[in-house]
Write a protein that binds this ligand. Structure first.
Ligand SMILES: Cc1cc2nc3c(=O)[nH]c(=O)nc-3n(C[C@H](O)[C@H](O)[C@H](O)COP(=O)(O)O)c2cc1C
Length: 399
């Protein structure tokens, strides 16, 4: 019985008795994902991205702050909500379209700002733009992008939303805002959750494990190096000092920014009803409920748990956008049911980008669209406008 087949059977029996059984057998029997189309859900791209990226870049992508508790809470909080499905509704046609500032979006999902995308794929934000164009999704471009707003607008076929990390002086802020406006960006998104600094421990720990010579690509070491010098090499800081995120900023900055531009102004990083109301009072055109994917401070609240408080505070007078931990169409559905206008994703599309470039990002968007469509059909709400709070429970109780 010394045949190779016998050895294999014996080996599998040994594995079944071993504590590593599940992962080893899974590796042995589950076909590898070699094409983006093979992915069944967006989480399938995560291990592929991990494998494709060097430790420092994986750390930058996956890490949060402190103990990464808020990263976990963003995901876990979705389990606090259940769906109430209605039957015998005609769901033969579905309509995912929404209106955002007078523009029609094909679906209530967008790719949120993620900096330095060349760390994940040589085409960086241009690959993301091509995928967003193919999937008819809105792209928000980061201030610390590897590609310029002008080049991304060309690849996307329309100007992206521009995410602002505010430079520390007003003249530089004006230059950056004017550049985004001249490129045709319809919306300026000021990110306000990093003004106090952050402690990105996982990112720093994994960067230390990276044995490559960082200075062959970066102008400074990722740890201990100057972020200002690194910023100066980024296209959106051309001619600027690289200093950003003024810690003295207060609500008067919103008034001044609002006067500076014709673009719609959104505040990204609103986490409380009080600040949502202040945003409204200071002329913001909308708010983005976000904890930066758990990368700003360790608040311990998942954004979906904060959403009811924000939606109730603005009472329909401003659109509320939300991001943080969205990985399933049913997650998006829950946010729409609570009252969000649209949902942003960060890491999922970067997993796709890291694994398969443009195709990977496309597949992530395609999967989420398909899952959301399915949930809408299953719940008997075939159009976004039909999704209301009656479709959702929190811990079994109406919201
Ligand atoms: C690697 C990485 C870089 C990011 N860079 C930015 C950025 O430059 N500007 C910004 O406003 N948000 C940035 N974010 C936050 C995202 O826009 C978004 O809020 C967050 O990723 C959503 O959570 P999710 O990753 O769980 O989907 C970044 C997120 C990640 C993962």
């Amino acid at each position: 019985m010394n045949t190779p087949a016998f050895h294999r059977r014996e080996f599998l029996r040994f594995l079944a008795a071993s504590p590593f059984a599940v992962s080893a057998i899974a590796q042995d029997t589950v076909p590898a994902i070699t094409r983006a189309i093979d992915a069944l859900n967006v989480m399938d791209f995560e291990p592929l991205a991990h494998k494709a990226l060097p430790p420092a870049h994986w750390g930058y992508l996956s890490g949060g702050v402190d103990d990464d508790l808020t990263v976990r809470m963003n995901r876990e909080a979705f389990a606090h909500y259940q769906l109430r499905a209605r039957r015998l509704v005609d769901v033969s046609k579905t309509d995912l379209k929404i209106d955002v500032f007078g523009a029609t979006w094909d679906m209530p999902l967008y790719v949120s700002a993620v900096g330095a995308q060349q760390a994940f794929h040589p085409d960086g934000e241009l690959a993301t733009a091509r995928a967003a164009k193919a999937q008819k999704a809105m792209q928000m471009l980061s201030t610390v992008a590897s590609k310029s707003v002008e080049d991304v607008a060309k690849a996307l076929g329309t100007p992206p939303w521009y995410q602002l990390y505010m430079p520390t002086t007003w003249p530089e802020t004006e230059k950056m805002v004017q550049r985004a406006e001249s490129a045709g960006c319809p919306v300026l998104v000021w990110t306000i959750d990093l003004l106090g600094g952050r402690n990105a421990e996982t990112t720093a720990r994994l960067a230390r494990q990276d044995t490559r010579q960082c200075l062959s690509c970066h102008v400074t070491q990722p740890i201990g190096g100057s972020a200002v010098e690194r910023n100066r090499t980024r296209p959106m800081f051309a001619g600027l000092s690289g200093e950003m995120n003024p810690s003295a900023a207060d609500w008067s900055y919103v008034d001044r920014l609002k006067k500076m531009t014709k673009m719609k102004l959104l505040l990204k990083g609103i986490d409380t009803a009080e600040d949502a109301k202040l945003a409204m009072e200071h002329g913001a055109d909308g708010v983005i409920l976000s904890n930066h994917g758990g990368r700003a401070m360790e608040t311990g609240r998942g954004t979906i748990d904060i959403l009811p408080e924000i939606v109730d505070a603005v009472r329909g007078r401003l659109p509320v956008f939300v991001d943080g931990g969205f990985r399933r169409g049913s997650d998006i559905y829950k946010a729409l049911a609570i009252g969000a206008r649209a949902v942003g994703i960060g890491r999922p599309y970067i997993y796709g980008l890291s694994s398969f470039g443009q195709e990977g990002v496309e597949r992530v968007l395609e999967i989420l669209r398909a899952e959301l469509t399915l949930t809408m059909r299953q719940c008997g709400t075939p159009a976004v406008a039909k999704i209301t709070r009656s479709a959702i429970l929190r811990q079994g109780a109406p919201l």
